[in-house]
Design a protein around this ligand. Sequence first.
Ligand code: PLP
Length: 386
Amino acid sequence: MKAISQSATVTINALAMQKKGNGERVYNFAAGDPFLNNHWCITHAAVRETQKQYCPYPPVEGIPELRILASEWLNASCRTQYSKDNVLVTCGGKFALFSIIYSLLQAGEEVLIPAPFWVSYPDIVKMAGGRPKMVPASHESGWKINAEDLRKHASEKSKILIFNNACNPTGALYSREEVALLLNAAKEAGLIVVSDEVYSGLVYDGLEFVSCGSFPEHAERVIIVQSCSKNFGMTGWRIGFVFAPHSVVRRLAVLQGQSTTGTALMSQWAAMGALENAAEVNAYIKNAMCKRRDMFADTFNSLFPVKIEKPQSALYAFVPISSMQPFASTDADAFCERAMVDGNVALVPGKAFGVDGYARFAFSGPEEELVAGLQILKKMIGDKSP
Ligand code: PLP
């Protein structure tokens, strides 16, 4: 455990919350949390069921009705073919990832991780005794890896690829052809593909989200991680899902039975409320997040000299420091620290995601905070930009 670091996003978010608690005005771009009230379907279902029934230990794999609803939702929204026995309900997507890696990996085996990556992947791999091996993507390639990149980095020790589409921190989105080529390369290399798809419902501008679960020929090597956190705005309820072959679900359920015992029933009832109305609840979140993305990018581009493109998906813009201060240092750690100390603007430096020289902005916060936070940054940088 000594090799495991505290999540950078959790740390910075905690600092921002602490400052807010002290009565300071804080501009929080650190947390990817769709800041919106619960959709009424969620609270209504949770309260109704809590008043109606006794609250015993939950079934370890999750309430059967929720597992059915989850499979129906994914099949309808992502062209997959799962049934209840392919679904495990977990304490958020993060524990889904942890239990998959912990259950399937042997000490010393490698896990391939495209970089930039979500902050927790390398530490989860290390906790399981495995070795994270980065597969770098570049700004020029749209922050996407291809089959050749995978072939170059896979070795005999490589067991798993963690694939994150739609991507945190870049908003990169893979096409059907790109996913198909990667899955073929993963098969050639004998890799299990753990596909983190927690932003599947936050894809903008009419673009298509392509699930690794929508390729039946790869069903035996693909494990999907899903969550209610982002797609349905339910971060605090802590509901995630694994979609996998039944044998994998059974194996993960053993770990769950010896650790969490399953997910809080009230949260599962809330998730049923969301999934019974999945299209409506997702549209409520997605439309608001799309508006915030536009507001963020338009404000950024009106204030800073180098323009950014609107991210195609998720809740983040991965921004080169040089786009804000072209004539000054591009030390992202120093920039983010100064933003926090001098301006109460919480950003996460790119190094936490495996790439230096960038800062990640989450645009999921309240609208007035997005605009005011960017204006503070502009003031902090001074008049070096036009
Ligand atoms: N995967 C990615 C890429 C994420 O960004 C997050 C959260 O930020 C998660 C998984 C975990 O989400 P949760 O545990 O809230 O479901």
